[in-house]
Design a protein around this ligand. Structure first.
Ligand code: ADP
Ligand code: MG
Length: 389
């Protein structure tokens, strides 16, 4: 892969594919801007070296055709604020040829959501050609979106000189160095939801003589599989057997596989629910576990303290409800204090680290958990392959 920081960009028009698929609240406010901040290094480098920059991204999953709730307007406004220079959002670059031609060196514009064009998702030949004609050079700085064989991810780099951006490189380098020089023991901390994907990951990366710590919504399918009472807690019934087998498999691999030993349970799934702490035998009927308990935190701390490498993905509880965010916050602090090489991925965990000002205390944070998980399992990212030629 050719790196953008080693290339001549002065007087060039550069199409930069970023991943601005950021979470928004109901009012269009950005809830986590990690992915936008990640692109600043490359954008500032290009602008500083006298390139004219066209930023392109997608967000959400709109059917082709403009839809207000999938507009990149919030991302463009935020980028403008972070860069301290004007970032005009261009609704349709193919209808605004003059505007695109007129971008000056040191100027930056942003294209509206590429998925508004049906050619993006389909990697349509004509769309790829039209996109690549907008610029002299192409940069992929969209790690999270590199999982998708979209026109702007795999098509354009085949037609014009293509480079890896600095955020993309940082993500790839961090995961690779985590996997290569892995200091032992390795501890995987997995929480959140979506057991199916995470079971695949655990099976593939089961750290021999290391430890898997489970928390969050993943816990209760495992506990149920061990015949423990889980009340109304989240259970993915179709995965119970596989979850049970995964624990058995861990034992054979000499991997310690640890489940929460106490819980914060609530009488309903709401931020103001009545709550109490119960031991591992005791999630009562009609109660729902929304966080790990203090004994679990203490047990996980002992293990994390001695870790050589830590990988963390997924919150330990329902972090959206502040009263049930404690487990996740405590784990964040413990990992922050640890000297181990650490990767933290997923928007929830990264938000907690940001909130506690601990981002600098871990080796690498990534908002793009799906791409990190793919890479760690050895699943190639199409966007990275497309730069390799
Ligand atoms: P991320 O979004 O950070 O990549 P995940 O998608 O894996 O991580 O999981 C995040 C979600 O898991 C959050 O919305 C959180 O509310 C949910 N979650 C965590 N613990 C529980 C639990 N005990 N019960 C239900 N949902 C939970
Ligand atoms: Mg999620």
């Amino acid at each position: 892969m050719q790196r953008i920081e080693n290339s001549q960009v002065k007087d060039k028009k550069v199409l930069v594919r970023t991943d601005f698929d950021v979470p928004l609240d109901a009012n269009g406010k950005i809830l986590n801007d990690t992915k936008i901040r990640a692109a600043l290094s490359t954008l500032e480098l290009l602008l500083g070296r006298g390139a004219a920059v066209i930023v392109a991204s997608h967000t959400g999953t709109p059917e082709a055709g403009a839809q207000h709730r999938f507009s990149l307007a919030p991302a463009a406004a935020h980028l403008q604020e972070l860069l301290g220079r004007s970032v005009e959002l261009i609704a349709d670059p193919f209808k605004s040829k003059d505007k695109i031609n007129g971008i000056q060196n040191g100027q930056i514009v942003m294209l509206e959501n590429l998925l508004f064009h049906k050619g993006e998702e389909k990697n349509d030949k004509d769309f790829v050609k039209k996109l690549s004609e907008l610029a002299d050079l192409y940069v992929n700085d969209a790690f999270g979106a590199s999982r998708f064989s979209y026109a702007s991810i795999v098509g354009v780099p085949a037609l014009i000189p293509a480079f890896a951006g600095m955020a993309l490189n940082k993500e790839i380098d961090s995961v690779q160095s985590f996997l290569s020089g892995q200091a032992k023991p390795v501890v995987l901390v997995l929480g959140g939801i979506g057991l199916e994907k995470k079971l695949k990951f655990i099976k593939k990366l089961m750290p021999s003589k290391g430890t898997v710590l489970i928390g969050g919504g993943l816990s209760y399918t495992f506990l149920k599989g061990r015949a423990l009472p889980v009340g109304n807690s989240l259970v993915e019934a179709s995965l119970e057997v596989e979850a049970f087998q995964t624990i058995e498999k861990a034992e054979l691999a000499e991997t310690e596989f640890i489940l929460p030993i106490d819980h914060v349970v609530a009488d309903e799934f709401s931020k103001n629910a009545k709550s109490k702490i119960v031991g591992h035998n005791g999630i009562p009927d009609h109660w729902t576990a929304l966080d790990i308990g203090p004994k679990t935190i203490a047990k996980y701390e002992k293990i994390l303290k001695n870790a050589g490498s830590i990988f963390w993905h997924g919150p330990m509880g329902v972090v959206e409800f502040p009263r049930f965010a404690r487990g996740t916050e405590e784990i964040a602090k413990i990992i922050g204090r640890s000297k181990a090489r650490s990767i933290v991925t997923g928007e929830d965990c990264v938000s907690v680290l940001q909130h506690l000002e601990l981002v600098d205390k871990v080796s690498h944070t990534s908002a793009s958990s799906a791409a990190v998980l793919d890479m760690m399992q050895g699943i190639p990212l199409p966007g990275v392959l497309a730069l390799g030629k």
